[in-house]
Ligand binder design. Structure first.
Ligand code: SAH
Ligand code: SF4
Length: 422
């Protein structure tokens, strides 16, 4: 049974989420892009294309392995599929990747890609390497359903939800670029008799650049729940991209009604964009708070399946000068986390400015003082170093180039108006 699509609830003011659901991006040549599809969906397509049920199931399993575990982009590379069948597949299907419009590298090694969907919508992906890990920051929507006031993506209109293929496609593209598909032999992998409980293929993230994924690019992942879930299932599948759910984090601005399902059906680490501890402030900076308040949000966190001291919930807190950065805010934050008995870690994010942003970043002394109060209460409170600022890749700076241009035009218009007024 297909689960219910969430109907976003109206939020007063200019912040109503208006997602445009779309399962797959239609292709002009009529072929179907297999990326984003699970085994049963691939099998169903093969069945429709003329294979019998047993063959469809077997071929789907083989194709799945080549697509998601080995990362091949050409049916000819699928060596355990009969030579004559490969062109048959290529006539009907494609193995897609998001189109790369632009790739940039920051002086600190952070990389950003401007990507384009088959129907010409631009979105962004960021890769952040550091000493011990490499984190891919993946987008879930083109634009965002919501309008957090400090976030550049929030100033874009929502164009549409990304499909499962466009979401998992980002991770696959990153593996292409980093050259990180497993290259070992196929020996030992027996495809003759598909078994339900075949062990996960021999694959570990050790020594790889891309070790972690965060759903923290453009968009609110829980307003595109099913596509994000389906994509992450492919990422976590032992015969797919085979990344552990412990290395994946989903960040939400607080879509409370979807949090339990996220825990049950996806089961990855949870990050929550808290950013404010009073209704007044959070209503202003994270407007979804007007719909789902702080108490409901923290209760949903307390109920999140799988949260424990070993798997803490991350609370993101952007440091905005004279807005949410007083000592009393820090004390209230500690009080709230204790009240709900949350296994918590607080990430303090210095505000990353963008042209026309209505806030400033707190001073370094203020951030240090805030961090100390939280830390002294026994809660880990690292201050995040902004990465990739020179290429606008830092948190909350993602906004596509095309949109940025129009923003620059808007800024120029505003300046002209000022000048005209004398
Ligand atoms: N939509 C999701 C995930 C994407 S944003 C969410 O809001 O959680 C990833 C993180 O960056 C969020 O915590 C977001 O609030 C934060 N962020 C957004 N704009 C920012 C900015 N300009 N400076 C610092 N952090 C920002
Ligand atoms: Fe959307 Fe997250 Fe930005 Fe808010 S912070 S506008 S939810 S991307």
């Amino acid at each position: 049974m297909r689960s219910m699509q969430i109907a976003p609830m109206p939020i007063p003011g200019h912040i109503d989420p208006v997602p445009v659901p779309r399962e797959v991006t239609p292709r002009a040549d009529g072929r179907i892009d297999l990326i984003g599809l699970a085994r049963p969906q691939i099998a169903a397509l093969l069945l429709t294309a003329g294979l019998d049920a047993k063959a469809a199931k077997l071929r789907a399993k083989q194709v799945f392995h080549w697509l998601y575990h080995r990362g091949v982009t050409d049916f000819e590379a699928m060596t355990d599929i009969a030579k004559t069948m490969r062109p048959w597949l290529a006539e009907r299907f494609v193995i897609g990747r998001p189109e790369v419009v632009e790739a940039q590298v920051s002086t600190d090694g952070t990389r950003k890609w401007l990507l384009r969907t088959a129907d010409a919508h631009d979105f962004e992906m960021v890769f952040i390497p550091d000493a011990t890990r490499g984190t891919l920051c993946v987008s879930s929507q083109v634009g965002c359903t919501l309008n957090c006031r400090f976030c550049h993506t929030g100033t874009m209109r929502l164009v549409r939800n990304l499909t499962p293929g466009e979401i998992v496609g980002q991770v696959m593209l990153a593996r292409d670029v980093l050259g990180e598909w497993p290259k070992g032999s196929m020996a030992g992998l027996d495809f003759d008799e598909p078994e339900e409980d075949e062990p996960a293929a021999d694959y570990t993230p050790d020594g790889r650049l891309l070790t972690n994924i965060v759903m923290m690019g453009m968009g609110e992942p829980l307003y595109n729940f099913e596509h994000v879930r389906d994509a992450l299932k492919l990422v976590m599948d032992g015969d797919g991209l085979a990344l552990s759910k412990r290395r994946i984090t989903l960040s939400t601005s607080g879509v409370v009604p979807m949090m339990a399902r996220a825990g049950e059906e996806i089961g990855v680490n949870l990050a929550v964009s808290l950013h404010g501890v009073t209704k007044e402030v959070r209503d202003e900076i994270v407007p979804i708070n007007r719909k789902f308040g702080i108490e409901d949000l923290l209760q949903a966190c307390a109920d999140y399946p799988g949260a424990s001291n070993a798997r803490r919930i991350t609370f993101e807190y952007v440091m905005l000068k004279d807005k949410n950065d007083r000592d009393s805010d820090a004390h209230e934050l500690v009080r709230l986390l204790r009240q709900y008995d949350l296994p918590a870690k607080v990430n303090l994010i210095p505000f990353n400015p963008w042209p026309g942003a209505p806030y400033d970043c707190s001073t370094p002394e203020r951030i240090r003082r805030f961090a100390k109060i939280v830390f002294d209460a026994g809660i880990s409170a690292p201050v995040r170093t902004p990465r990739g600022r020179d290429i606008d890749a830092a948190c909350g700076q993602l906004k596509t180039a095309a949109e940025r241009k129009s923003r620059a035009e808007i800024d120029r218009l505003a300046e002209d108006k000022q000048a005209a007024l004398g």
